[in-house]
Write a protein that binds this ligand. Sequence first.
Ligand SMILES: *Cc1c(COP(=O)(O)O)cnc(C)c1O
Length: 229
Amino acid sequence: MSEALSERLAKIDAQIDRSARKNGRDPRSIRLVAVSKTQPAAAISGALAAGVRIFGENKVQEAEGKIAEIGRENAEWHLIGHLQSNKARKAVRLFDVIHSLDSGALAERLERICEEEGRAELPVFIQVDLAGETTKDGIGEKDLPALVEFLRGARHLKLAGMMIVPPYFDDPEDARPFFRRLRELRDRFVAGGELSMGMSHDFEVAVEEGATLVRIGTAVFGERFYTKS
Ligand SMILES: *Cc1c(COP(=O)(O)O)cnc(C)c1O
């Protein structure tokens, strides 16, 4: 096991611990999703050996090969990136949890595919776009109630909670209002549900605001390798 990796994980643990206690939360209620996008399968093996259980990937195609190498059952696989409708079937086969449900059309498609594939339950997070950036993924607040309503009636999709990727700010404090607003929406639409929020540079603020899943890439694995694909 790489020394650097275990040191980075210990540091993240300590930071989560501190931020949780600051607000009287039990640090064990917060789980790490190690975001392994662009990282080779060997990096995932190393993290598994260091005790990481949940991995986040943002592209179905890229994840497919790595999941085959590591083994579908040897870790928990979370899709955290935008899901194109033509990749929905593969996603249902490959992933344990989808964080990036961002439209009613996608929800209907996933529900139908679960039925066809004999997938009993698929936990999903609704990705919310609170910045109103049209280039960003996520559903706008005004479209939330209809999607929640659909999910309440769904047999296979289980609404696990809400997810957000706030705009990037140099000062993570500036992301706090987004995390806070997402928590309010969670309380209103998924009482007792989870909050998927917080990345390498802002997860401490996210934990202070109630994150139950933090999605951390570079702080776990180091800088990403981007290769042509
Ligand atoms: C890449 C990514 C992350 C992790 O980002 P880091 O800054 O490397 O921690 C988290 N969430 C989503 C949706 C991502 O695409």
